[in-house]
Ligand binder design. Structure first.
Ligand code: B12
Ligand code: SF4
Length: 503
């Protein structure tokens, strides 16, 4: 059997990092870990081919080659997924679809032959047995959320490693919290399931064996969702890293209460964690309460960010506007918070009702739902009727974006962030700073061609005088800021934002 694994294309959004990746000569930030994991569950003797369309186009010859096509996607990839399914069906191929989008919106893919809802560990074995007997069913629904202790080591070797700026591994799925807008807890549950330490070490060994060195994203919904297990994992991670001269640095996602556990932070520092994405959402307590995000109200949010930064972890965070409880001055309050917290990479989005979330169900009951979400909460499109006047909300949202990503504001935040990263274990390595060609590209684009070139050189100068040790990290931040600025310009100035506005 020849199986073609296809990962559809992402639109160009803040999360694509496209404008920053080109400096490094990379095509995508991360590989499609879902498909790499699914591949490892298929019979060993099947031939496999992976096409991540964010890295290279899907050719007709790829489709012709295959007996069976497996495609997985998140909601923002749905248009591309539909096209992939259409192309493969037009060539008479048997198409299997799964992943987070399919799991939450299974009814939207009638053309596919086999639809998988839920995690493949709980569905694929039955499909493979049915296929063997010649009686595969059109629909497979995971009867439960499987333990991760049976998840195999992903087939990292299938990915074209040098096209990505980071590799991914996963330690846990699920999150114990209950945020109203969150679909994670609907898809992956509220009881975080973890792999064993041995599984994680085996995955690191496998990645190491591919020759990969550098950034590894631990793609957990909440890395500290199961703190008891994480506390047991980290010493093994430190040991593994130290024994190999720290070949990987880690980034991950966690809830804000990470700041309440300094021994855990210290272990993360020692294990070489460099960045953590936090769901801060808003500095407004009433809005946090409305979102059922009590874990963010237990402690001063600015203090929490500062504590985490003091362990050498750059904080990246998600912010949301559009809650019913948002006051009129929400836009200024978000801008001030982002400025004071020194979070360079602030992902600000409009509240979005994702399918089947608690928020979705409430808004439906209140008659306020307008349409299905595109999944991209930064495109300025609302899929529900907000409390605040819609035009005011979109205008304020644009104001946040254009302020926080203006060059002066961004470079200052990046410098403040570098000042806060007091206990970094060792200078970060960065291809952007060490690879002469990559650095030359940055210097040319940001320091010569860009209209904000003066700000860039001022930033470089201040980095070299005050943060020489963190120079590589500073260069990376400059490249990322450029990506955010480019997109903000196309969103706001070229008026692409809010054009998809529902009426
Ligand atoms: C890493 C990650 C990213 C990376 C992308 C990495 C990549 N190349 O895929 C980045 C940071 C870029 C990203 C961005 C976004 N993401 Co994201 N992301 C994740 C995260 C944290 C982990 C993904 C992962 O690797 N999981 C590990 C694998 C093993 O799990 P899996 O993909 O679910 O695969 C399993 C099953 O789904 C199934 N399966 C998967 N594929 C297939 C295929 C077949 C054929 C079958 C049978 C089964 C199957 O089997 C696998 C094993 O059990 C998930 C959350 C999560 N827990 O998965 C969110 C998640 C996928 N992202 C999500 C969203 C919304 C986004 C954004 C739109 C963010 C935003 N709010 O704007 C952007 C979109 C990107 C863009 N350019 O616009 C949602 C998707 C919701 C949905 N219903 O589709 C998720 C679920 C979380 C969330 N609520 O934020 N994301
Ligand atoms: S903390 Fe994050 S992952 Fe957990 S429920 Fe809230 S939004 Fe979802």
């Amino acid at each position: 059997m020849k199986v073609l694994l296809v990962y559809p294309e992402f639109p160009d959004t803040y999360w694509s990092f496209r404008h920053a990746l080109k400096f490094e000569g990379k095509s995508a930030p991360f590989p499609p870990l879902g498909l790499l994991t699914v591949s490892a569950m298929l019979p060993e003797n099947w031939e496999r081919r992976l096409v991540d369309m964010n890295v290279r186009p899907l050719k007709d010859s790829d489709i012709e080659w295959a007996d069976l096509v497996f495609a997985g996607a998140m909601i923002v990839q749905k248009e591309s997924l539909e096209k992939v399914v259409g192309r493969c069906k037009a060539r008479g191929k048997r198409v299997v679809v799964g992943g987070p989008y399919v799991s939450t919106s299974a009814e939207h893919l009638p053309e596919a032959d086999h639809i998988f809802v839920g995690e493949a560990e709980a569905t694929l074995p039955e499909f493979l047995a049915d296929l063997e007997r010649g009686e595969p069913k059109p629909f497979y629904q995971a009867p439960e959320r499987p333990a991760l202790t049976g998840t195999p080591v992903p087939h990292f070797q299938l990915a074209e490693l040098d096209r990505y700026s980071a590799m991914s591994i996963q330690y846990s799925r699920g999150c114990p919290f209950s945020c109203e807008f969150c679909d994670i807890i609907e898809i992956y549950g509220r009881v975080p399931r973890t792999k064993t330490n041995e599984q994680v070490v085996a995955e690191l060994d496998a990645l190491y064996a591919t020759g990969w060195r550098g950034l590894v994203f631990i793609v957990d919904d909440n890395f500290i969702g199961n703190k008891r297990n994480v506390r047991k994992l980290l010493p093994d991670l430190v040991k593994w890293s130290d024994a190999r001269g720290r070949p990987f640095s880690f980034i991950t996602e966690a809830s804000v209460n990470l700041a309440e556990d300094e021994p855990l932070l210290e272990m993360m520092r020692r294990a070489n964690f460099r960045r953590v994405f936090l769901g801060i959402e808003t500095p407004v307590e009433e809005s946090l309460k409305e979102a059922q995000k009590g874990q963010n109200t237990r402690r001063n949010l600015l203090d929490s960010v500062r504590t985490i930064q003091s362990y050498g972890l750059e904080v990246m965070a998600g912010f949301i506007v559009g809650f019913d409880s948002d006051p009129e001055d929400i836009f200024d309050r978000q801008i001030n918070f982002i400025r004071e917290s020194a979070i360079p990479l602030a992902m600000v989005g409009l509240l979005t009702a994702l399918p089947d979330t608690q928020l979705w169900r409430r808004l439906k009951k209140e008659g306020r739902l307008l349409k299905e979400s595109s999944g991209n909460n930064t495109e300025g499109s609302l899929n529900f009727i907000p409390r605040m006047d819609t035009a005011r909300l979109i205008e304020g949202y644009k104001q946040i974006l254009s302020t926080i990503y203006s060059p002066a504001e961004y470079y200052q935040r990046a410098l403040d962030c570098l000042s806060h990263l007091t206990q970094g274990p060792e200078p970060r390595r960065s291809r952007l700073a060490s690879d002469v060609a990559a650095f030359a590209r940055i210097a040319l684009v940001l320091g010569v061609l860009d209209s904000a070139r003066m700000e860039f050189w001022r930033y470089m100068k201040r980095t070299l005088t005050s943060h020489r040790r963190n120079f590589p990290h500073a260069v990376t931040l400059a490249a990322m800021g450029y990506h955010f600025r480019k997109l903000t310009r196309s969103y706001v100035e070229e008026n692409q934002l809010g054009t998809a506005q529902s009426s």
